[in-house]
Write a protein that binds this ligand. Structure first.
Ligand SMILES: [Zn+2]
Length: 207
């Protein structure tokens, strides 16, 4: 059974006595543990993408991407390089009023998925958004692969929005806002809450 704590310990066992700045920040984000660990596996390229399965000698019918069915399904392609992934991320950039982050390597993409002039609290919520999107992409990929489902980039994005909103509302008792303002524009209507909530709640976000 996976847990954030076990994943963290495994990193240390791997000989990385000095946990990188990336992981120090990554593990401070409050997210559903299963989504947190899935995205950690993406950053580490340990997720069971078709290319990774082939490398492990596991026979598969086709190594083509479940979304576009044109290129090999590597971790980098599935989550960032694929045209479907690109459409999903672009919806997110529009929502956040961000310019595009063109990194195909998961760790670099995560590190650059921040608002430069924002506080740590705000960027921890950005981390929530990143984890929600990556974990939703993975969930939809598995749905395509194992249940023959079709991917709709706007569905993936909407479900990720809902996921982050529910995580935050369930964790921060003082926060009382509906999904509507969150859905319309995160940057001005919602992200600012991280700098305005009481100190106790801010500590919670920062944990
Ligand atoms: Zn693809």
């Amino acid at each position: 059974m996976f847990s954030v704590k076990l994943a963290y310990r495994s990193l240390r066992r791997d000989g990385r006595e000095e946990v990188s700045r990336l992981y120090n920040f990554f593990w401070r984000i409050k997210a559903l543990p299963s989504a947190h660990v899935t995205t950690w596996r993406v950053i580490e390229n340990k997720v069971a993408s078709k290319v990774n399965l082939e490398r492990r000698g596991i026979g598969i019918e086709s190594n083509l991407c479940c979304f576009c069915r044109k290129l090999e399904e590597s971790t980098n392609h599935l989550f960032f390089g694929c045209r479907v992934a690109w459409q999903i991320w672009n919806l997110c950039y529009d929502w956040l009023w961000l310019s595009s982050v063109d990194h195909n390597i998961p760790g670099s993409h995560f590190e650059h998925f921040k608002i430069l002039d924002a506080s740590t609290s705000v960027n921890l919520i950005m981390g929530n958004v990143w984890i929600a999107l990556v974990s939703e992409i993975w969930r939809h990929r598995n749905n395509c692969l194992f249940k023959g489902g079709m991917v709709d980039h706007s569905d993936v994005f909407s479900l990720a929005q809902l996921k982050v909103w529910s995580w935050i509302v369930s964790k921060i008792s003082a926060l009382n806002f509906s999904f509507s303002p969150w859905y319309v524009c995160i940057r001005f209507n919602v992200l600012t809450f991280a700098d305005n909530v009481g100190e106790g709640n801010r500590r919670f976000i920062m944990m």
